[in-house]
Unconditional design. Structure first.
Length: 196
C-alpha cells in the first residue's frame, strides 16, 4: 500500500466514496449528533509538488513541447525497429516517460492561455496594476499550481484549499481546491498570486 494505490483507488471510486461520506454526514445529522445550522469556511495554502524552476513563460513552453514531441517520435521509432526484447522494454519505458512529459508541457501551455486571458480581462479594469506585474508563467510539472505567498513570508508553488466545517462538532463537510487565477484577490493580504 502506497500513495499511488490510495490515489488510484480514490480516483477510480470517487463517486462511491463521496456518496458514502455524504450518507455518513446525513446519518449524523439525522441522529442529532451534528448540526449544519452554522458552518465555517477556512482557507489553507497547500504546497504543490512543482518546483519553482518548473515555471516557464510561453516561448520556453513552446520550445519544450516541440522537443518533447521529437523525443517521443524518436523513441517510438527505436522501440519499433529494435530487435532485442530487454532493450525494447527499457526503451518503451523511456517512451512512456517522454509521452507523459509531453502531456504535462501541453497542460502547461493550456494553463498559460487561461492566465493570459485572465490578464487581458484584468487589464481592462486595472491597467496600472497589471503593467507592474511580470509576464505569467506556468509549471511544466504541475500546471494548476500557482506561486503564492506562504505563511512564512516566502513565495512557493501552492494551491488554495477551502474547507467547510461545523465549528461546534469539528466535522469537515466539504473540501475543495481553488486554483487561484493570475492576479486575483480574495480580500486577504498575500492571497494574490505573484506573477513570475
Amino acid at each position: 500500500m502506497n500513495y499511488h494505490s490510495l490515489s488510484n483507488f480514490r480516483i477510480a471510486h470517487m463517486a462511491v466514496l463521496e456518496r458514502l461520506l455524504a450518507r455518513g454526514v446525513a446519518s449524523m445529522v439525522d441522529a442529532g449528533l451534528v448540526s449544519l445550522d452554522t458552518l465555517a469556511q477556512d482557507g489553507l495554502r497547500v504546497r504543490a509538488s512543482a518546483g519553482a524552476s518548473s515555471f516557464r513563460r510561453r516561448p520556453r513552453l513552446g520550445e519544450l513541447h516541440a522537443a518533447a514531441q521529437a523525443r517521443v517520435e524518436r523513441l517510438r521509432a527505436e522501440v519499433e525497429t529494435d530487435p532485442t526484447a530487454g532493450d525494447r522494454v527499457r526503451r518503451a519505458a523511456k517512451e512512456r516517460g517522454a509521452r507523459e512529459r509531453e502531456a504535462r508541457i501541453a497542460a502547461a501551455q493550456e494553463r498559460m492561455k487561461e492566465l493570459e486571458a485572465e490578464r487581458e480581462r484584468r487589464e481592462k479594469t486595472n491597467k496600472k496594476e497589471v503593467a507592474k506585474q511580470k509576464e505569467p508563467r506556468a509549471s511544466t510539472t504541475d500546471a494548476d499550481a500557482r506561486v503564492m505567498k506562504m505563511a512564512d513570508g516566502g513565495w512557493r508553488p501552492a494551491y488554495n484549499m477551502q474547507i467547510i466545517s461545523t465549528p461546534e462538532h469539528q466535522l469537515i463537510v466539504a473540501v475543495d481546491i481553488e486554483y487561484q487565477r493570475f492576479g486575483s484577490r480574495s480580500g486577504k493580504a498575500g492571497d494574490r498570486d505573484r506573477a513570475r
